[in-house]
Every structure is written in C-alpha cells, then in structure tokens.
Write a protein that binds this ligand. Structure first.
Ligand code: RI2
Length: 322
C-alpha cells in the first residue's frame, strides 16, 4: 500500500512553525497540509497552558486563523482544521474542550489517511494492462492509484508532467520509479502532444466545488481540455474532505498567486517585466470524466449531494467535516 500520511517534519513545532512550513511549501499537497494543520491544532490543545474555557476558545480561534492564512486555495486545510477544532465549541469545561480538540485532530488525520488509501484501491481497478496514463503535479491520491495498480500487476506506462514552476512532477517521477512503474517525465507543454497516446489521466484536487468544478495545480485545466479533445478518460482523485461546503453558498475559491521569483530569478528579466504566477486553475465539470473518492467513483455532478450529506443543510461553510 502506498504510504500516504507523511507526518509533519519534527522540526515543525507550534502553530507559527506549521503555518510557515505550509506557506513556504516545505509541507505541500492538499492532503498533507490538511493533516499538518490538524496536527498543529491537536498539539496546540495538548500543550495548552491557559486556565479558562473562554480563554482557550479565543486562543483556538487565533490558532485556526493563523494556520488557515498560510494557503488559501485547498479547502482541505480549512476542513481539516475545522474538523479538528469543532468539538471545543460544545464543551462544558476546559478539560473537555482540550480533549475534544486533541481527539478530533487524531480522528481527522486517521480518516484522511485512510481515504487516500481507499482511493488508491478503488482507482487502481480502472488501470488496464497496456494503458498509457498521464498525471500532473504530485498528488498522493493520484500517485497512490498508479502505485497500487502496479502492485496488483498491471502493466502500463505513465507520463509525469514537470509541473512548473515548483516542478512537483519530479517528485512524482521519483515516487513512481521507486515503486517500479515505467514512468517518463515530460515538459508541461508536451502534455497535449502526447495526449493522442494517452488512455487515462489521473490528477489530484485541492478543492472540489459544489457544481463539480475541480481546483487543482495550474495546468490541470488545459490537460483536461486536451484529454477531452483526444478522448482520454480524465479522472480526479479527491478525498471528500477536499469538497468545499463554502461553494454551496456561492463563495468563490481563491486562486493562490505566489511570488514571481518562482518563475524568473532576479535579473533574468528587466524590472519593467511583470510576472503573474497563479498556482491553481479550475477545470469545468464537463471536462471531468469521473471523481474517484473514498466513497466510490462518481460523476462530478454528484459533488453537491456529497456536500449536503457531509455538511448538512448548513453547507454554507459553517461546519467542518464530521
Ligand atoms: P494530494 C497539490 O498542490 C497539487 O495541486 C495536487 O494535485 C494537490 O495538491 C492534491 O495533492 P501543491 O501543494 O492531496 O503542490 O492528492 O501546491 O497529495
């Protein structure tokens, strides 16, 4: 089984350190940052030194806000942090609140890791002998599908896109090669060129919107369009904690823009050149063949019912994952 839950580096202690590690992408991947956020909130409760419930709830809100400010796009971070903290708000005593948060964080971390493993098993069934597949960026869910398919003896070839500017595709290439998968690294701009040979695309997700749109690493939407044009199946491997309750009430998903220095080093272009560096984009549901979740394979239009079931009628973003 592909090991997915990577604990946050032990050098990271406390809320500020965890927020910095997520912001700087020393911890990256929508699932991993959600587990890192949950672990930080759980540790915050375990190490809390205050003396009153009111003080703890106020400090907890501050801790959540600091973690959530680290990266705006992956709703997994918001769902993980809110699910971890949710039990504090109904507690009668400080002790009850501290225990609720510590256990809530542990539950989220465990259930989110199991979700990635379930997706690996479910998704692996759709890989056939002789397939050529393509993946973009580095998604533990999508990579897990491919590694599990290989472990089950499927014979297939994989393309991994470099994924500028952070080049997460090299992580994917290393992970697939280490597992024994036949993998070829390509430039992002070669994705459409190879798509005529591709049978299936597997990507991850940072956020799934209530209309089935998928927010993922920049470049995903053009790969999905190429897959549509060439008749390749386009599967999004997304745990349900990446489904955004806030989009039910119409809240837009913020697309993170990162420093231009990730695209061009100082001096490579004159100061008059502006640099625009959005690191996510939105793939419309019409370009998504299926969502592969821990609850099974579904059409993107099922996203709304998943959200209502997971978050209830108040799916306007008022509650975390149960
Ligand atoms: P898993 C990553 O974002 C990529 O967009 C990837 O597809 C997505 O998170 C999901 O990753 P970044 O953190 O949760 O590299 O499947 O900016 O690992």
């Amino acid at each position: 089984m592909y090991i997915t839950a990577q604990p946050i580096p032990h050098a990271v202690t406390g809320i500020a350190d965890a927020a910095a590690a997520i912001r700087d992408m020393r911890i990256r991947g929508a699932g991993r940052i959600a587990r890192a956020g949950a672990e930080a909130i759980g540790s915050f409760a375990r190490g809390y030194g205050g003396s009153s419930l009111e003080e703890f709830l106020r400090d907890l809100d501050g801790a959540k806000a600091e973690i959530l400010a680290s990266r705006p796009t992956a709703v997994s971070l918001w769902n993980g942090v809110c699910a971890s903290a949710a039990g504090a708000y109904g507690a009668a005593t400080l002790g009850e609140a501290l225990e609720a948060v510590a256990s809530g964080a542990d539950r989220f971390i465990e259930s989110s890791s199991r979700a990635v493993e379930a997706i690996s098993e479910i998704g692996a069934r759709s890989v056939s002998d002789g397939d050529t597949v393509l993946t973009h960026c580095n998604s533990s869910a999508a990579v897990g599908v491919l590694i599990e398919a290989h472990r089950r003896g499927r014979s297939f070839k994989a393309y991994a896109t470099e994924t500028r500017p952070w080049r997460q595709g090299l992580v994917t290439a290393r992970e697939l090669a280490a597992a024994g998968v036949d993998v070829t690294l390509i430039a992002d701009s070669a994705a459409r060129h190879v798509m005529k040979r591709v049978d299936r695309v597997f990507v991850g997700a940072d956020t799934v919107m209530s209309d089935g749109s998928v927010v993922n690493k920049i470049g995903t939407s053009q790969i999905a369009a190429a897959a549509r044009d060439f008749g390749a199946d386009f599967a999004v491997c997304a745990e349900t904690y990446k489904f955004s309750p806030k989009t039910v009430s119409g809240e837009p998903v913020p697309i993170e823009e990162r420093d231009g220095g990730e695209l061009a080093k100082a001096g490579e272009v004159p100061p008059s050149v502006k640099i625009y560096n959005p690191v996510f984009d939105v793939t419309p549901p019409g370009d998504v063949s299926r969502l592969i979740t821990e609850e099974g394979v579904m059409h993107p239009s099922a996203a709304y019912s998943v959200l209502l079931r997971r978050f209830g009628a108040g799916a306007a973003g008022l509650g975390g994952i149960t």
